[in-house]
Design a protein around this ligand. Sequence first.
Ligand code: ARG
Length: 467
Amino acid sequence: MEKNSLVDNNKKTWSGRFNEPVSLLVERYTASVSFDQRLAEYDIQGSRAHAQMLSTQGIISSKDLTAIEQGLNQIQEEIRSGNFVWLQELEDVHLNIEKRLTTLVGDAGKRLHTARSRNDQIATDVRLYLRASIDEIIRLIKTMQSALLDLAEKHTDTVMPGFTHLQVAQPVSFGHHLMAYFEMLKRDAERLSDCRKRVNKLPLGAAALAGTSYPINRDLVAQKLGFDGICENSLDAVSDRDFIIEFNACAALFMTHLSRLSEELILWVSPSFNFIVLADRFCTGSSIMPQKKNPDVPELVRGKTGRVTGHLVALLTLMKAQPLAYNKDNQEDKEPLFDTVDTLIDTLRIYTDMLSGIQVNHEVMRSSAMRGYATATDLADYLTKKGLPFRDAHEVVAKTVQFAEKKGRDVSELDLSELQNFSQLIDKDIFSVLTLEGSMNSRNHPGGTAPSQVSAAIKLARKWLSQ
Ligand code: ARG
């Protein structure tokens, strides 16, 4: 049981006007240091740039700047080596660092917060963190895309049944199927780099909400921190978190793509499909059914998609009723954001490895395409090219398929005379049309499944990746 005991409010930086201390429960409830300490590197980076600007502008002395920089260097060392003591009673990452700085360098440390508020400070920290996270995620997406390309390249000629409504539709190249996911990931990467433009703006200088009366230079700070510019309105700078929501929307969409791929992997490894084999290290066994090899990793990716989408909804809901400007509600943006970033990074790493270990059961994929009358459309196209209107051709093919079904054979396995019962336009050149390869090769235009087109698409994709 936590004691509802009182803490010494003199320890709080803001306690000057309070007569009554907060309870331990309130202290724990309002503190964020347990999770926002992971912003420490960015907090220090922001403080350095801010202090340098203050000194350049003559707001603090260069002696103070030197002391602040030395103190921050030491604190950074302590944090990196795990020797920094984080205190809940100091609330958040900002006050923990500031308190330590003051202990180390005295009054100079107390001057660091001139012309700044924790409101513009946290907005800056989180933008720096998110910018670095986006860069890492884009890098990992590209690595995964490269693994997809390697797999697709091995399988430009591998025939699989293409599905609509999860029913065999037309034969496609397995490489072509994989390249569909390359395209999705390409858009995901593009969306993230577009989102980065809106993340990469500097809030510092907004102070608590209205700006500051000191002669600051925001452009200088922006430049030092690698921002593309400043947030133009101080109220907006400290209060809106649309850049986090936008990132999480991109993340949810990305996870949705991987969830679709995962769903396919799960189907393909199931004994009923048996199209592919996943390396053992991505699967687990059952404790009571020795025959089982469960695709845990893709199942979890599908499951974690729900979690990332949930974070998006949480963030939107968090924002929707907040009046301008800063509200403490915004402290709740961190855990969903961190969890989304962590989930994406782990998922990408694991997925890239998993893709490179996929083995394909060529014969099973092929015979599955054979079983589903996958070349029926090719027969219809054949008749249409010989002058029969497409709707009539469709009718002829439907009857032919019905007949073949009764005989338990594929359309390509019927005799010429049997086929000619349905249309006199059919000749022996039909048999090359009805093969899986014939069907696949005939879709020979950009975006089509002909292996030569798939190879061309892979080439273009590699070019895109390398730029
Ligand atoms: N922990 C706060 C957050 O995450 C930092 C800003 C707090 N500002 C304040 N005035 N209490 O948003």
